[in-house]
Write a protein that binds this ligand. Structure first.
Ligand SMILES: Cc1cc2nc3c(=O)[nH]c(=O)nc-3n(C[C@H](O)[C@H](O)[C@H](O)COP(=O)(O)OP(=O)(O)OC[C@H]3O[C@@H](n4cnc5c(N)ncnc54)[C@H](O)[C@@H]3O)c2cc1C
Length: 299
C-alpha cells in the first residue's frame, strides 16, 4: 500500500509552492498537486513583491517553481475532485487515484466559476466532477458532460468508450477530437433538476433569447478547471465566499489548512506566500502533536 504523505498541498501557485517549501523545511513529506497554471502567470508586470522589481508573472512563477523543485518538491499535474476527511487521515481523489495524507493544505486560488442551480444539492446524486472516478456508475445511462475545461473532451470520450450515453454541452462550437458518436449541444447549463437524483439538465442555447430547454439525463459531469472549495470537501466553513480560517490558517476541519487567494482579500502574492508558510508550519505541528499523542496512548 502507498505510504501516507504528511502534507498534500493542492494548488501550485505562490501559496502552494510556499507551503511545499516550508513543509519540506520542517522535514515532512509533501505532495504538490496542481491543475492549470497559476493566475499569476497572466500578470504582465508585478512591482509590489519584495526582491523582484519589474518582473512579469511568468518569470516570477518560473523562479518560484524552480526554487520549490530545488528543495525537493515535485509538481504533479491533474485535478483534485474530492477530499474526504477520515478519522486519522485524509483521502484525496486526484484524477481517480486515491491518495492519503495526514494533513491537507488547500491553496486553490479563487474559484472562477459560480455553482449552477441544483449543483450543490445533487452533488454525489448524479452530479460529478470526475469521469474517471464515477464513469462506471453510468454505463448504459444518459448523461451530460458540461465541458468548461480542456480535459473535458478526453473525459467525454472515455465515458463513451465505457458505454455511457453522452451528450456534450459547451458554450462554443463542437470541440475537435470529440468522438463522432457523442451528441453535441451548444449552450450554457443553467440548472440541474431532480429530487433524490438528477433527472434533467436545463440549458440556454445561443440565439434563443434566453429560452431554457430541458435535456433528460441521469447524471452530469461538470468538467471545469476550478472547483469551489465547498464542492471539494463536505462541511467546509466559508466566510464571505472564501474559506474561513483562523490565524494559524486552520479551517473548521482538523488537519485541513488553507492559504492564498482561497482564504480571501487581499488577493496578492505576498499574502499568499506568507499564508502558505503559516499553513505548512501549522500542518507540521499538527502532525507532530498527533504523533506524540498516539505514542503516549501506546505506552
Ligand atoms: C493579471 C493579474 C495580475 C496580477 N498582478 C498582481 C500583482 O502585481 N501583485 C500581486 O501581489 N498580485 C497580483 N495578482 C494576484 C496574484 O496572481 C494572486 O494573488 C496569486 O496568484 C494567488 O496565489 P494562490 O497560490 O493563492 O493561487 P493561484 O495562483 O490562483 O494558484 C492556485 C492553483 O491551484 C490550482 N487548483 C485549483 N483548484 C484545483 C484542484 N481542484 N485541483 C488541483 N489544482 C487546483 C490552480 O490550477 C492554480 O494553479 C495578479 C493576478 C492577475 C490575474
Amino acid at each position: 500500500m502507498e505510504e501516507i504523505t504528511d502534507i498534500i498541498v493542492i494548488g501550485a501557485g505562490p501559496a502552494g509552492l510556499s507551503a511545499a517549501i516550508n513543509g519540506i523545511t520542517r522535514g515532512k513529506t509533501v505532495k504538490l498537486l496542481t491543475n492549470t497554471e497559476s493566475y499569476l502567470a497572466k500578470a504582465e508586470r508585478v512591482d509590489n513583491y519584495l526582491g523582484f522589481h519589474k518582473i512579469d508573472g511568468q518569470a516570477m512563477m518560473k523562479a518560484f517553481t524552480e526554487h520549490a523543485e530545488a528543495m525537493g518538491a515535485t509538481v504533479e499535474t491533474g485535478k483534485v475532485s474530492n477530499i474526504f476527511p477520515m478519522k486519522k487521515q485524509f483521502l484525496v481523489n486526484f484524477g481517480g487515484d486515491i491518495l492519503t495524507a495526514r494533513t491537507v493544505v488547500l491553496a486553490t486560488g479563487v474559484a472562477k466559476t459560480k455553482a449552477i442551480r441544483g449543483e450543490q444539492e445533487l452533488l454525489g446524486k448524479g452530479v460529478s466532477y470526475c469521469a474517471t472516478c464515477d464513469g462506471m456508475l453510468y454505463r448504459g445511462k444518459k448523461v451530460a458532460v458540461y465541458g468548461l475545461a480542456e480535459d473535458a473532451v478526453e473525459e467525454a470520450n472515455y465515458l463513451h468508450e465505457i458505454g455511457v450515453l453522452v451528450t456534450f454541452i459547451a458554450a462554443k462550437e463542437r470541440p475537435e477530437g470529440l468522438h463522432d458518436a457523442i451528441g453535441f449541444i451548444r449552450g450554457s447549463v443553467v440548472e440541474i433538476q431532480g429530487e433524490a437524483n438528477v433527472r434533467s439538465i436545463r440549458y440556454k442555447a445561443p440565439g434563443t433569447k434566453g429560452e431554457e430547454t430541458a435535456l433528460e439525463a441521469e447524471g452530469i459531469f461538470i468538467l471545469q478547471n476550478s472547483i469551489a472549495p465547498t464542492a471539494l470537501i463536505d462541511g467546509l466553513a466559508m466566510e464571505n465566499g472564501y474559506v474561513a480560517v483562523d490565524r494559524h490558517m486552520a479551517t473548521n476541519i482538523p488537519g485541513l489548512y488553507a492559504a492564498g487567494d482561497c482564504t480571501g482579500l487581499p488577493l496578492q502574492i505576498a499574502k499568499a506566500v506568507g499564508e502558505g508558510l503559516v499553513a505548512a508550519q501549522q500542518a507540521a505541528k499538527y502532525i507532530d502533536e498527533k504523533k506524540a499523542q498516539s505514542n503516549k496512548e501506546e505506552k
